[in-house]
Design a protein around this ligand. Structure first.
Ligand SMILES: [Zn+2]
Length: 469
């Protein structure tokens, strides 16, 4: 851990030099930088639909996070213990994926947003104190969103800020923020009880919670639901004394000092995966194709209402590794044979191979990595203007975690799959599926010869996303 010291030259404070120094210190301390750059988004990539799953094994979700010398790692508790603390009104630590924000938030239940808890967050965590709320709570209050078109990197969904109408003066003291937050958590509150703008920042969790979006907003709301409490919480990021954000590898001593229980978003996802069924098997029909004969299963996803397909050839024996291709819908590539990407060729190569050897094609309806067809075509347009697939998507402001990574794993498990031989060129996909109770025993690359039209796209996948092409 390194502190940034800044002395003004000739009494002139150069803010840009200061920011550069802070950035350098952050980069140096950021364990994510030592592992790999954050997952870049891609508008047309069938290879990347599960890799937002938190890394590491389930028992120790941050097993792969490097820890600075002499710093204690965070100790994770069983979820039951974390829930018990929340029910008692205590603060807990919630960590996200080291490849996402790589941060921990202090979290407590909204109904226990006491002046003491708010003051502790303001004093010791020192990030922005926010109020994650279930979407139906935001809707029933009628709170408008802060931005009509959210371009924030992680799509953090701020509503307008509020203060309680009664009992507040300026709204900023820990006591007054406590009053406002408890009012937000009050099931009987209405929009009339608040003034806008204010000093409390409600966040709207996405429908489906951590299964759809692995963020602290959803994690807080989901934990409170699991605890049987009102789904309105308080969270605050932890900033170090030097003004940089504390990374996961640096928070063990903070945890120890204040006796905090900790859980990861991965634990919450895993809990929901094990306790909830997110898919419904609807139909199974024969599907003869040009590539071979399949049994076609349709699955309804409760998360997004979409219908996903599994094409199965042969018997599935849970004891034996099954050949499997997990493929994200790419209308232009799969149906029209677009040469802007290699999706169509990959799908058909995989179908041929599965029809010969037996196995599964899991076809997930998440066009363009979940950003949708229209946005994918916008990204194509930007590429025509000179950006590569990663930059085009960044320019459009899409987060890398728009995909339903839990649904595919539940479908495979429903079909009886436990061990996989995965047809993929993307090493990260293996980590993704392994976190969902599926054991990937082998990775089999699909090699598709590049053509003139997709050579640049394939080069980008290899050079910027680590694909084995
Ligand atoms: Zn494609």
């Amino acid at each position: 851990m390194k502190h940034v010291e800044f002395t003004a030259n000739n009494g002139v404070f150069d803010i840009n030099a200061f920011i550069t120094q802070c950035d350098a210190a952050t980069m140096e301390n950021d364990p994510a930088n030592e592992v790999q750059a954050p997952d870049p988004p891609c508008p047309c990539c069938c290879e990347k639909n599960e890799d937002t799953t938190p890394q590491g094994d389930a028992a120790n979700p941050v097993a792969n996070v490097p820890v600075a010398d002499g710093v204690d790692p965070i100790i994770y508790s069983p979820l039951e213990e974390v829930l018990a603390d929340l029910r008692m009104g205590k603060l807990i630590l919630m960590t996200d994926d080291p490849h996402r924000e790589n941060e921990a938030d202090l979290v407590c239940a909204g109904q226990f947003a006491t002046p003491q808890n708010i003051n502790f967050m303001a004093t010791h965590a020192r990030g922005l104190i926010c109020v994650p709320m279930a979407p139906e709570k935001v809707d029933s209050l009628g709170l408008p969103m802060q931005a009509q078109h959210n371009t924030e990197k992680h799509h953090t969904a701020f509503t307008v800020s509020v203060d309680a109408k009664e009992g507040t003066t300026t709204g900023i003291s820990a006591f007054e923020r406590s009053i406002t937050t408890m009012k937000l958590a009050d099931a009987k509150a209405s929009l009339d009880d608040f003034v806008q703008p204010g000093h409390c920042f409600p966040l709207r969790a996405v429908e489906g919670g951590v299964i759809r979006r692995a963020g602290h907003t959803e994690g807080t709301v989901d934990l409170l639901r699991i605890a049987g409490m009102e789904p309105v919480g308080v969270c605050c990021e932890i900033m170090k004394e030097d003004g940089t954000m504390a990374r996961l590898g640096e928070l063990g001593s903070f945890q120890k000092q204040y006796g905090l229980k900790a859980c990861s978003l991965a634990q919450i996802i895993e809990h929901r995966q094990h306790t909830e069924t997110l898919i419904v098997r609807e139909e199974c029909v024969k599907l003869p194709t040009d590539f071979g004969d399949f049994d076609c299963y349709s699955y309804h996803s409760k998360v997004d209402g979409k219908t996903h397909l599994a094409l199965v050839h042969g018997e599935i024996d849970p004891e034996k590794p099954i050949l499997c291709r997990v493929h994200s819908e790419c209308l232009t590539g799969d149906v029209f044979g677009s040469r802007r990407c290699d999706c169509g060729s990959q799908l058909h190569t995989a179908m041929r191979r599965v029809a010969q050897e037996g196995g599964i094609i899991l076809y997930l309806r998440q066009e363009g990595r979940g950003i949708g067809l229209s946005a994918k075509l916008h990204a194509y347009k930007l590429q025509e203007q000179g950006l590569d697939t990663v930059d085009a998507n960044i320019q459009l402001g899409f987060a890398p975690d728009l995909r339903d990574y839990g649904v595919g794993a539940q479908i495979l498990r429903d079909l009886g799959v436990r061990h996989l031989r995965l047809l993929t060129n993307n090493p990260r996909k293996i980590v993704g599926l392994s976190g969902h109770g599926l054991d990937v025993v082998e990775q089999l690359p699909i090699s598709i010869p590049a053509n003139e039209d997709n050579k640049h796209y394939l080069d980008t996948k290899r050079d910027r996303m680590g694909h084995l092409i």
